[in-house]
Each structure stands twice: as C-alpha cells, then as structure tokens.
Design a binder for this molecule. Structure first.
Ligand code: MG
Ligand code: ZN
Length: 391
C-alpha cells in the first residue's frame, strides 16, 4: 500500500512538472511570435522630418546634368507607406511630372534587379541576372560610360555593395550578378569620378590576389572608408567604400545615403561639361523580401531624403534633371491601415519575392515633361540619353 501511494504522489509530481514545462514552452513560443509580428508588419510612427518645396518651372533648354535615383523594390505602396509615416509629405512630391514603368525583363515577366538596372542603364531588355550585357551576353555601353566618353563627370552611390546588381549594371559588364569580384575589377577599366557604397571586400579580399584599393590609389582616387572623411573630401576622384559588403540598416549606417548623394553632387559639379549620377536606395527591396513594414518605411524615408538633396541642388542649379524610379516592386505590398496624425502604418504582403506590377517614375527639372505616361523601363534610358547626350 505504501508503495502504491508513493507511486501516485510521484506520478502527480511528474505530471505537474510536465504541465509546467508545456505551459512555459507555449508561452515562450507565443510571445516570440507576437514580438516578431509586432516588429515586421506594424510601423508605430516615429518623428517626421520637414519637407521643403522647390519652384516647379524649368528652362526649355536640355539639362546639362542628370541625377537618376532608383529605389530598389519601391512600388506605390512602399512610397505611400513612407509618405504616411512622414505625416503626409515626401520630398518626392516636388516632382510634378509622373509616369509608370513596365519592368518585365527579356526572359521573365517578373524582373530581378540586374535586368531591371541594365534596362535603365543600356536601354536593352536582358535576362534576369545580367549585368550590363544583352541577351547574347555581349557588353552594351551604359549611359554612364557614354556620358563619360562625352567628357561629363560620372558617379554611383548605393547603400548596398557598390558591386551589387543595381550600381554594377551602370558600369560593369558580366554575365552574372554573382561575379562581384569581376564587377569590382570592371571599375578599374572606367573613368568614373565618384563612387560611394559598400563592398570593400570585393576590392581587397579577392581570389586573384589583386588589391584594387591600391590600384585605385595609383589611378588617382582617394579611397575613403569613413563617412565624415567622405563628407569632407576635396578633390575630383573619390572611391568611398563604407562597408565590407552591404551597409547595415538605417539605425547602423545613419545618414550615409543623403550625405553620400550630396557629396557626389558637390564633387561632380566641378566638371564644366556636366555630369551623370545614379543613386540607389537598395534596401527598400530587403524590407519587401522580409515582409518587414518597418524596414520598408525606414528605407523609403532615407531614400526620400537623398532625393531631397538632389532636388535642392537641381532647384538652385537650373540645368539638372532629376528622375526618381524603381527597378521593380518587392513583396506585393498593400496598405492595410495608417494614420497621418501619428505616422502609424500597417502593411500587408503577398509574396517574399518581386512582383510584375508597374512602378512609378517622378521627374523634376528641364526635360521632366518627357516622363509622363506609361512606358517601358528601357524608354527611361532613351529619354535620358536624348536629353543629356549629344548624338
Ligand atoms: Mg539593388
Ligand atoms: Zn530583390
């Protein structure tokens, strides 16, 4: 009898412990799931920045300079999420000439960033993954290379590695976007004046043993890794490599993109013949891939402030065309709820990949009226080329 009673007590104890363990497991799983969903879909609203508005009448003459700003993965929902979070205004609203871009690539209805950027840089639709090459894998001269050949200054700015698909497609010619060491080597074959982004590793930790930073210095570039040294740079040839690969989230990298945009403009405008500059807000795309509303908004607001730097220069300069667009939409994002009073925004997503929907185009400055309507992404290249370059 004593043995049976002891067994019963033991069983009760085991049962109690088991129950407690299961409950603890349930609560910990549940709370981490709650934390996760709280993090990614709901932007609680943070401090807004003030937006300046600039004159919107422009010269009839063709622009001497073009600044093309690409929000990677920035569809209308991403943009409106940012606009709501900033209490109803963005710098981009200065652009009164608005159109839409059809983004399909040569081999897919839904493009990737390489084919998307190559369409913008060369005016040719190519296969997904292609960097500055056509469907036949042969190199095509980019708008940046052609501007350089006509004596204009040229520049690239990106929050990702400067060798990543979007900036790479303006300067390199490789059959695959994954060849980032080959893409880095392609920078040395060009006359680019300013490039600022991540990707230091692709210039220094290379399979072929070359140290491209040393080669850049021999070619006359100042190579800088710190943002304050980039911001205070005086000279004509600047290579800013601010991270080993991509730069981090906005919380880590700070105002790297607006500062780098402003610096690139300041350096490039020294050329009397004008300049071409491409600026990329790379990680709007990452926010879409991660179905992360908070990241999408942080990145759109950062990108918009870089657009603000470009517009401020264009408004004062009078000979500069600013074009803002995207390579494709990412995440199939929808706006489920929001508040212009608090900046709160609730996003929803339909995919972890890219989508085929057309993306917006915004233009400001001489030639801006060309960008009204629905057009192919390759038409954006044709219009910029016609306005900026001599035949
Ligand atoms: Mg990109
Ligand atoms: Zn993407």
């Amino acid at each position: 009898r004593i043995i049976i009673i002891t067994r019963q007590i033991m069983n009760q104890k085991v049962l109690t412990i088991l129950c407690a363990a299961v409950m603890m497991l349930f609560f910990s799983v549940n709370s981490s799931a709650q934390e996760k969903s709280k993090d990614v879909t709901l932007y609680p609203g943070r401090e807004a920045y003030s937006v300046k508005f600039f004159p919107t009448t422009f010269s009839d003459k063709a622009p001497k300079n073009v600044i093309l700003l690409i929000g990677d993965g920035m569809g209308v929902s991403q943009l409106f999420a940012g606009l709501t979070a900033n209490r109803g205004n963005l710098f981009i609203e200065n652009c009164k000439y608005i159109g839409f871009s059809k983004t399909s690539s040569a081999d897919r209805y839904v493009t990737d960033s390489a084919a998307g950027a190559t369409a913008l840089s060369t005016g040719t639709k190519t296969y997904n993954g292609a960097i500055g090459v056509g469907p036949d894998k042969k190199p095509i001269k980019t708008i940046l290379e052609e501007a350089s050949r006509q004596g204009k200054a040229t520049g690239l700015v990106s929050t990702s590695s400067i060798t990543h698909a979007t900036p790479a497609s303006f300067i390199a010619h490789q059959p695959s976007r994954s060849q980032e060491e080959d893409i880095a080597a392609d920078f040395l074959k060009t006359d680019i004046d300013v490039f600022i982004g991540g990707g230091h590793d692709f210039f220094t930790k290379r399979e072929d043993g070359r140290n491209l930073v040393h080669e850049l210095i021999r070619k006359g570039y100042a190579v800088e890794r710190e943002l304050d040294r980039i911001e205070n740079f005086k000279g004509e040839k600047l290579a800013g490599l601010t991270a080993p690969k991509g730069n981090g989230r906005v919380a880590d990298r700070g105002n790297m993109l607006p500062v780098s945009t402003q610096t690139a403009i300041r350096v490039l405008q020294q050329n009397e013949k004008g300049f071409f500059l491409m600026v990329e807000g790379s990680f709007i795309d990452s926010g879409g891939h991660g179905n992360n509303t908070v990241q999408v908004i942080e990145e759109v607001l950062d990108f918009d402030q870089a657009v603000g730097k470009a517009l401020e220069f264009a408004a004062a300069n009078g000979e500069t065309l600013v074009v803002v667009t995207a390579d494709h939409e990412t995440g199939g994002m929808a706006i489920l709820d929001g508040s212009f009073e608090t900046g709160m925004l609730k996003g929803g997503f339909t995919t972890g990949g890219h989508t085929g929907v057309m993306v917006p185009i915004f233009a400001y400055g001489p030639g801006a009226s060309e960008f009204i309507g629905i057009m192919e992404n390759t038409d954006i290249h044709a219009k910029i080329k016609k306005l900026l370059l001599e035949e």
